[in-house]
Ligand binder design. Structure first.
Ligand code: GCU
Length: 600
């Protein structure tokens, strides 16, 4: 009787819930948290037996029920009491040979005790789950999340008990035509709980989110807001920046929101001087600290202005892959420090985090190390431009990316797309995303990686209509690799239809580390070095190009790359091999950027 009641209740919830991630809690690194990282029990479920019955309808013995046999006669055909465990955070593909190519559902289960605290709310937070997740605790379905690279959280205050809480997650990384990204990508579809999982403990009314940045166009005013979450919405709120002698008190309204705009005398953040201030936000029931840098980023004609001064963005593209270890999603501060350290070694002041929002350690540590960041949503190649749910999904991922990183000085560019075809429905889709990005954040520049076209054999034109909507025009080009041989660069004239800064957001070529030959031997380090030499010579003469992010820092896994003993499912365009070895082209770019560094 009790079980059928639970089943009916669960089915009502499953049918009725369409909860997306609740309002995101930001700055999780500086809150009271309990980590749920570690070994989780898993069930690999390619036929989604734990979710659908034999009529492909929602099963009444869903794995979310976590059922156990009541007596020896009882038939329960699932159990999380498995000895199949996976490490969280971490993709499943890289943890076991049998999971390498797996695409489908994996059920994750974590048991934990929890001592409830008085007047304390508790939220279950995921750094990201690739790709689609349904989350439950103690058989309560909390909601779902779609999108493999942005955080989300659910409140679980009322579901928690002292002993034997269990979180069950249905994680599904099946590629879907209507998804974002869609079915074809040039990166590995690492699935699972790929980033950290934690409980966040907050007071009953707490500081959930805030924006504290320089007012657009000003270097002497800080403007922003604080958002409370809880019943005591109208509170006195204080924002302090002690080192700058700032203390501002404001009052939140009946919706828990308080806005402010005050003058400030600050040392501005820049790659050469990545100044971060201790910022304190306090209300009557909560207090929080953060480390925030203040800088302006604007364009003027073809120039990109950092703190009012023209800047050249010496960049490199990075996929979110661990620096070593044979290919896996990166997720830790150590991974971030190594990858960003390699960029610094290249004399970079800029990184393009391709093709999706990376884990928060990347943007936090870019703040500290002094690297400007291009952050991007995976609207990649051949998205379903006329499908409203696809647009809503892309818009949600854009919002979650901006929500999480809007106080990070390092992030200067939001990118809405990569290499998408020029056609009306695509330009309409992306123009709507650009407008949404501006609404969500009027302090940063909006871009996208576009493609070029030839006007004649030697004249290249950048005139993608989406360029009209962007602040900075990104352009991917592969002269010397997909487009002719390296010497083809030597006679090219570049044109742009826009009086705007252009960033060459990709160029490069492949090489297997240790493979040597003459400059025309494809896949040799010498060929890749020649691609870089000819491209750098060509691009350095184009006055409207104000930055570049060659493709790519490190070799990365891709199922599209199939040449035996050369690629072996690796994209070899890295300047560094998958074992951390530097190819000849690494030094060519490092020297070029060393010369581009302003003499100060
Ligand atoms: C494209 C694409 C990358 C891809 C690269 C390549 O420009 O943006 O995601 O990996 O080319 O072909 O290596």
């Amino acid at each position: 009787m009790l079980r059928s009641f639970i089943i009916i209740a669960l089915l009502m919830i499953i049918f009725s819930y369409n909860a997306k991630a609740m309002d995101l809690i930001t700055n999780v690194d500086n809150r009271s948290t309990v980590s749920l990282n570690g070994r989780w029990n898993v069930i690999v479920d390619p036929y989604e037996t734990g979710y659908y019955d034999y009529r492909y309808e929602l099963a009444d013995d869903s794995y979310f029920l976590n059922e156990k046999p009541i007596d020896k006669t009882d038939r329960v055909e699932s159990s999380f009491d498995t000895d199949h465990m996976l490490q969280v955070p971490g993709d499943w593909n890289s943890q076991e040979e049998r999971m390498f190519f797996y695409e489908g559902t994996v059920w994750y289960h974590r048991l934990f005790d929890y001592q409830p605290k008085p007047e304390t709310r508790v939220f279950l937070y995921f750094g990201a789950i690739n790709y689609k997740a349904i989350v439950s605790i103690n058989t309560d379905i909390l909601g779902e999340h779609e999108g493999g690279f942005t955080p989300f959280n659910f409140e679980i205050t009322n579901q928690l008990r002292e002993k034997d809480n269990f979180v069950i997650v249905k994680a599904d990384n099946k590629r879907l035509r209507e998804a974002v990204p869609t079915v074809n990508t040039d990166w590995f579809n690492y699935g699972g709980l790929t980033r950290r999982v934690m409980l966040i403990e907050t007071p009953e009314t707490f500081i959930r989110d805030y924006l504290i940045q320089l007012a657009p166009g000003s270097r002497e005013r800080i403007a922003g807001w604080v958002q409370l979450d809880g019943t005591k919405t109208e509170q006195q709120i204080t924002v302090r920046i002690p080192e700058a002698g700032i203390e501002q008190t404001i009052r939140s309204d009946s919706l828990g929101r308080a806005e402010f705009d005050f003058s400030a005398e600050l040392t501005l953040w820049s790659p050469d001087h990545p100044k971060l201030y201790e910022v304190e936000i306090e209300c009557e029931s909560d207090q929080l600290k953060d480390r925030i840098g203040f800088r302006t980023i604007e364009t003027r004609g073809n120039d990109i202005l950092l703190n009012g001064n023209p800047a050249f963005l010496r960049g490199i593209c990075i996929h979110e892959e661990a620096p070593f270890g044979g290919g896996a999603r990166a997720f830790s501060p150590e991974h971030a420090r190594t990858l960003l350290g390699w960029a610094k070694e290249l004399n970079c002041n800029f990184v393009r985090l391709a093709h999706y929002p990376h884990n928060e350690y990347m943007t936090r540590i870019a703040d500290e190390m002094g690297l400007m960041v291009w952050s991007e949503i995976p609207v990649y190649w051949t998205i379903l431009w006329e499908n409203q749910p696809t647009f809503d999904n892309a818009a949600n991922q854009l919002e979650e990316m901006i929500l999480r990183d809007k106080n990070k000085a390092s992030v200067i560019l939001w990118s809405v797309a990569n290499e998408t075809p020029v056609k009306p429905e695509r330009t309409k889709f992306l123009t709507s995303l650009v407008k949404l990005a501006r609404k969500l954040d009027n302090t940063r520049l909006i871009t996208a990686a576009l493609e070029k076209e030839y006007m004649d054999d030697t004249t290249i034109m950048i005139d993608d209509p989406l360029g009209r909507e962007l602040d900075v025009v990104g352009c991917n080009q592969y002269l010397g690799w997909y487009d002719g041989l390296p010497a083809k660069c030597d006679n090219i004239v570049w044109r742009s239809a826009f009086e705007k800064p252009v960033i060459i957001s990709e160029f490069g070529g492949g090489a297997l580390f240790g493979l040597h030959g003459d400059e025309l031997t494809r896949w040799s380090e010498e060929f890749q070095a020649s691609v870089y030499r000819h491209n750098l010579d060509m691009l350095d003469k184009v006055k409207f190009i104000k930055g570049m992010t060659p493709w790519i820092l490190k070799d990365f896994r891709s199922p599209k790359r199939q040449i035996p003993r050369i690629q072996d499912l690796w994209n070899r365009k890295g300047l560094i091999s998958d074992r951390g070895e530097r190819k000849q082209a690494f030094d060519i770019l490092r020297t070029f950027y060393g010369r581009k560094k302003p003499k100060n």
